[in-house]
Design a protein around this ligand. Structure first.
Ligand code: ADP
Ligand code: ASP
Ligand code: MG
Length: 413
C-alpha cells in the first residue's frame, strides 16, 4: 500500500476541536488507500510553557531532564489524535519516539536522528492498522534517555519518517496555506509560491523563516522526499493546495529573488583591538565553539599597527555565554583585546534566490533600497544564492517590507 506522512503543527492540534478537524483529513487520506503516518506537535504554546517551567526550576539545567519535560507535550496530542481517529472508526495507534524507536544522538535539546527502524510499525500495518500516530520532536538517545530535536523539530520527525518508510509524500499541515515570499504576518502583500526549490527553502529556513525547521529541508533534499506545506484550516487537500518543495529543475520560471527572511534576535559582538597575527581567529573562535556558541557572520576590520577589530554575530540569548568564554580566554592569556562591545538589539534580514547565480547587481539593489529607507547596514554576508545584512532591530520590519517591495515579490507565484 502507498504510504503518506501527514504532520500537524501546534496550532493545528491546539484543542480537541482542531484535533478532530485534523483527524478528518487523516481519515480522508486513509480512505484513499494510504497507510498513514501522522506526526503531531504539542498543542500550541505547550512547549513554551514546559521550557518556562524548566528555566524557573533550574538556571543551568541538566539537558537530559529538560528533554524529559519538554518532550511531554507531544505525548498528549499523539494519544488524543489516536483516540479521535478510533472514535471515527479508523484503526489507529499512537507511538512515542522511544517506542518506534526513533534513535538519535545523545545531544540533548538538539539531537540528530540516526536511525528509524521500520519493523515495529510495519508489523502493525500488516495486522490492519490504518494510521500510526507518532509524537514528533522526540526520540531516544544512545544513552537510553529521551531526547528532543530542537525547537520546531516535528517537521524533521515527519521528513525522516517519510524517508524511512518511503512515503509517497510528506504533507506539513500548518496555520498558513503554503510558503510565502516572506512571513505573511509581517508583509500582508506577501504572495504564496506554488513551488520552491529545496536550495531556496533551505536558505530561507536557516535564515529564520520558521515555517519549516532547517534540518527537515536538509533531509528532504538528501532523501528526495516530496515535501508539501499546506493549511490545516482549509478543506482543499488536493495536490492543487499548498506549496511544493521540489528540485530546481521542476520549476519553470525562476525569479532572481524569491524570498525575504528575517531573524529577529541576533546580537553583534566586537572584540576591540586584538593582536593581528596568524592564529588569532582560531584563538577567538575556538573557545566560542567549545562554549557552544552559534557564530554566524564574521568580519575582521582593517588593521592598524598590528592590531585589529573582530566582529561576529550570534543569537542574543548566547551573548552572556560568549562573553564568559571570551573573558575566560583573555584571563588565561590565549587572546588579548582591549574591549568587548555587545549590541544585543540587531536583526538579520536576508534575500534569497537561485536566480542570483546568474544575475549581477542584486546586492547593489538591496543596499540602495535599504539606504532609501534610512536603514543603516552593520554587517553584510553573501553566498551564491543569498545576501544577508545585520540592521538595528527597530528597523527590521521596515527593511523586510522595503526589500519585498524592491524585488516586486507581491507579483511572485
Ligand atoms: P507549526 O506550529 O505548524 O509548526 P510554525 O509557527 O512553526 O507552525 O510555522 C508557521 C509560521 O511560519 C507561519 O504562521 C508564519 O508566520 C511563519 N513564516 C515565516 N516565514 C514564512 C514564509 N516565508 N512563508 C510562510 N510562513 C512563514
Ligand atoms: N513542540 C515543539 C516546539 O514547539 C516541536 C514542534 O512543534 O515542531 O518546538
Ligand atoms: Mg513549526
Amino acid at each position: 500500500m502507498p504510504r503518506l506522512v501527514m504532520k500537524f503543527g501546534g496550532t493545528s492540534v491546539a484543542d480537541l476541536e482542531r484535533i478532530t478537524n485534523a483527524a478528518k483529513k487523516v481519515k480522508q487520506e486513509a480512505e484513499q488507500g494510504f497507510e498513514v503516518i501522522v506526526i503531531v506537535s504539542a498543542m500550541s504554546g505547550k512547549t513554551n510553557e514546559l521550557v518556562g517551567w524548566v528555566d524557573q526550576t533550574s538556571t543551568f539545567y541538566d539537558a537530559r531532564e529538560y528533554d524529559a519535560v519538554v518532550s511531554s507535550g507531544e505525548n498528549i496530542t499523539a494519544g488524543l489524535m489516536a483516540l479521535t481517529l478510533q472514535e471515527m472508526g479508523v484503526m489507529a495507534r499512537s507511538w512515542q519516539g522511544w517506542q518506534v524507536p526513533l534513535k538519535t544522538t545523545s545531544a540533548h535539546g538538539a539531537a540528530r536522528i540516526e536511525e528509524i527502524p521500520t519493523h515495529n510499525l510495519d508489523e502493525k500495518f500488516g495486522e490492519g492498522m490504518q494510521v500510526a500516530v507518532v509524537a514528533g520532536f522526540q526520540g531516544i538517545g544512545a544513552d537510553g534517555r529521551i531526547t528532543t530535536l530542537g525547537r520546531g523539530g516535528s517537521d524533521t520527525t515527519a521528513v525522516a519518517f517519510a524517508a524511512a518508510f518511503e512515503a509517497e509524500r510528506c504533507d506539513i499541515y500548518t496555520d498558513v496555506d503554503g510558503i510565502y515570499t516572506t512571513d505573511p504576518r509581517i508583509v500582508a502583500e506577501a504572495s504564496k509560491l506554488s513551488k520552491i526549490s529545496y536550495e531556496e527553502m533551505l536558505e530561507l529556513a536557516s535564515l529564520g523563516a520558521k515555517v519549516l525547521q532547517t534540518r527537515s529541508v536538509e533531509l528532504a533534499m538528501r532523501y528526495h522526499v516530496t515535501l508539501r506545506v499546506l493549511s490545516s484550516f482549509e478543506d482543499d487537500i488536493s495536490m492543487a493546495a499548498g506549496t511544493l518543495v521540489c528540485d530546481e529543475e521542476e520549476i519553470m520560471e525562476n525569479n532572481v529573488v524569491n524570498g525575504v527572511a528575517y531573524s529577529r534576535d541576533e546580537a553583534k559582538m566586537t572584540l576591540v583591538s586584538v593582536a593581528d597575527r596568524p592564529g588569532i581567529a582560531a584563538a577567538i573562535f575556538g573557545p566560542l565553539s567549545e562554549a557552544g556558541i552559534n557564530v554566524d557572520m564574521i568580519v575582521q576590520n582593517i588593521s592598524e599597527e598590528g592590531r585589529t577589530d573582530m566582529t561576529f554575530s550570534c543569537p542574543t540569548d548566547q551573548v552572556a555565554r560568549a562573553e564568559k568564554a571570551l573573558n575566560g580566554a583573555k584571563d588565561s592569556g590565549e587572546i588579548n583585546f582591549h574591549g568587548l562591545v555587545s549590541d544585543k538589539y540587531v536583526s538579520k534580514v536576508s534575500v534569497v534566490g537561485i536566480g542570483m547565480r546568474s544575475h549581477v547587481g542584486v546586492a547593489k539593489q538591496m543596499f540602495e533600497a535599504l539606504s532609501r529607507e534610512g536603514v543603516n547596514i552593520k554587517v553584510i554576508t553573501t553566498s551564491e544564492i543569498k545576501i544577508s545584512v545585520l540592521v538595528d532591530r527597530k528597523y527590521m520590519e521596515l527593511a523586510v517590507r522595503a526589500l519585498h517591495d524592491e524585488f516586486e515579490l507581491e507579483h511572485a507565484a
